[in-house]
Design a protein around this ligand. Structure first.
Ligand code: RTP
Ligand code: MG
Length: 137
């Protein structure tokens, strides 16, 4: 079942020079391909839409601060079971709980600065792709 998912390489990944490493892990998966990609400093308005479910939580403002702190890479990846697949590559939200071998498990220590976002369902993927790539067919 071919799917598309919205992925963000967060500002910590760009600052630390991990973009190539992370994109490589995604590209190495058989049959997956990058369908859109952009390096940009994300505007707060865009992130407010993206993280609408977290409004009011204690980590919301620090998350906004972090996510606007420098350029990020937004991309759409297309391929077989890619929604679940990229989340498996990423590992759980808390990098200390993430298994080595996963992106968060290999490179992260801080819950907020966990390197990567990936859509968690088909509905989220559709919603998030429209936020970051409104022109995408
Ligand atoms: P994402 O949406 O970024 O893929 O991450 P997720 O599903 O694994 O985590 P979620 O619960 O949706 O939280 C979104 C992002 O907010 C930051 N966060 N900080 N307690 C905290 O300080 C805290 N909890 C979450 C992380 O950057 C997380 O990825
Ligand atoms: Mg989430």
């Amino acid at each position: 079942m071919s799917q598309r998912t919205l992925v963000l390489l967060k500002p910590d990944a760009v600052r630390r020079g991990l973009v190539g490493e992370i994109l490589g892990r995604i590209e190495n998966k058989a049959g997956w391909r990058i369908a859109a990609l952009e390096l940009r400093t994300l505007e707060r308005e865009v992130l407010e839409q993206h993280y609408a479910e977290h409004v009011g939580k204690p980590f919301y403002e620090p998350l906004m601060e972090f996510m606007t702190s420098g350029p990020a890479v937004a991309l759409v990846v297309e391929g077989e079971r890619v929604i679940e697949g990229v989340r498996t590559l990423a590992g759980p939200t808390d990098p200390i709980a993430a298994t080595p071998g996963s992106i968060r498990g290999d490179f992260g220590t801080i819950v907020r600065e966990n390197l990567i976002h990936a859509s968690d369902s088909e509905e989220s993927a559709e919603r998030e792709m429209k936020i970051f790539f409104p022109g995408l067919a």
